[in-house]
Design a binder for this molecule. Structure first.
Ligand code: ADE
Length: 345
């Protein structure tokens, strides 16, 4: 069986991200020369770790959310016998926290801009009954203009209504809300806690409740009162206190979700309609020589070898039926071949 888009249509150039699932590569499309981030997931890891639902979830979430300005766009997906491939936009500005690590802290206007764009993306997901759950540094990228791009939907929880809750737990703990750490029921308000944690790190240079000893930090997240040092405005501190409220029913966003955040004084200078229309110039524009530039990608990724086997012709495998996908915009350019495309929809 052959497909419109397959492994062999790309040159895999560099590693730009890693995770337990597999790796993310910078790849160029052999025909149109465009650059993409290709996330390659190893089926055997997914199957042994019982993460199949997560992967299929990531896939479905990306399918559902093709057109939000601050969420990574899925262009194609396909599979071989051993691997699943997600072909995503390449966010060439790199990880937001790569820049934060190099600069220590961000000034309030810059932190406000990123927090506002992230809030829009989260509010959008919530409106589709999706909880992002995993707002952590490596999932927040910048595009070439300096806008936020949220990636990695492996942990998203679909199908949660406004007041729905869930008890599944996974993910790295530093940015997780106390109710998730304690394996209690949780809802979309975990994302507002996550946003508070990210905003804290942008303003203070460290996540809230930070302790070099991880276990101590987990204890702090669950039990310690939040202490905010001076040095940031009272509006910013008030927002952090409200987002990092351990009681999720009282957390900012619990009642009216994104709308509640939008009317907080910290965001009073943000024109939200202009923000989602990308009409507000980003406070920092990544320095780039071209669309496939790697200068903003952490060298600890790009130094890793690219496996030769990636682009090799492999047999199609059907362990994940319905996974192979092609973006409808591209579909319209290739009319007449629809019968060869497997789609979830
Ligand atoms: N790392 C993980 N996903 C990425 C993407 N879409 N663009 C750039 N780097 C990434």
């Amino acid at each position: 069986m052959d497909f419109l888009v397959s492994v062999a249509d790309f040159d895999y150039l560099k590693v730009i991200g890693t995770g337990s699932f597999g790796k993310v590569f910078l790849a160029s499309h052999r025909e149109n020369g465009r650059y993409y981030a290709v996330k390659v997931l190893q089926k055997h890891i997914i199957l042994t770790r019982k993460e199949e639902r997560n992967v299929m979830c990531e896939h479905r979430v990306l399918l559902k959310t093709l057109n939000h300005p601050f969420l990574v766009k899925l262009h194609f997906s396909f599979q071989t016998k051993d691997r699943l491939y997600l072909v995503l936009d390449y966010a060439c500005g790199g990880e937001l926290f790569y820049h934060l690590q190099r600069e220590g802290v961000f000034g309030e206007p810059r932190a406000r801009f990123y927090a506002a764009e992230m809030a829009c993306a989260l509010g959008y997901l919530h409106s589709l009954k999706i909880v992002y759950r995993d707002l952590k540094p490596e999932n927040i990228l910048l595009d070439s203009a300096g806008h936020v791009v949220l990636t990695d939907f492996g942990l998203c929880k679909e199908g949660m209504s406004g007041r729905g809750t869930t008890r599944t737990f996974c993910g790295t703990p530093e940015y997780l809300a106390p109710e998730v750490l304690l394996q209690k029921e949780y809802d979309r308000t975990v994302d507002w806690w996550g946003l508070g944690a990210v905003l804290h790190e942008m303003l203070y240079g460290l996540p809230p409740f930070y302790n070099a000893d991880r276990l101590e930090m987990l204890r702090n997240i669950i039990y310690q009162p939040l202490v905010l040092k001076p040095g940031v405005s009272s509006a910013a501190r008030d927002l952090l206190m409200r987002l990092l409220n351990r009681d999720r029913a009282k957390r900012l966003g619990a009642k009216r979700d994104l709308t509640e955040l939008q009317s907080h004084p910290f965001f009073s200078s943000i024109h939200w309609d202009e923000l989602v229309a990308k009409q507000i110039p980003p406070p920092y524009v990544p320095l780039l020589s071209g669309p496939g530039d790697l200068t903003n990608i952490d060298p600890r990724f790009t130094e890793l070898p690219v496996p030769q086997s990636l682009g090799a012709c492999e047999e199609y495998g059907a362990t994940f039926p319905g996974f192979t996908y092609i973006n409808e915009n591209i579909l319209s350019l290739t009319r007449g071949h629809e019968d060869r495309i497997l789609s979830d929809q």
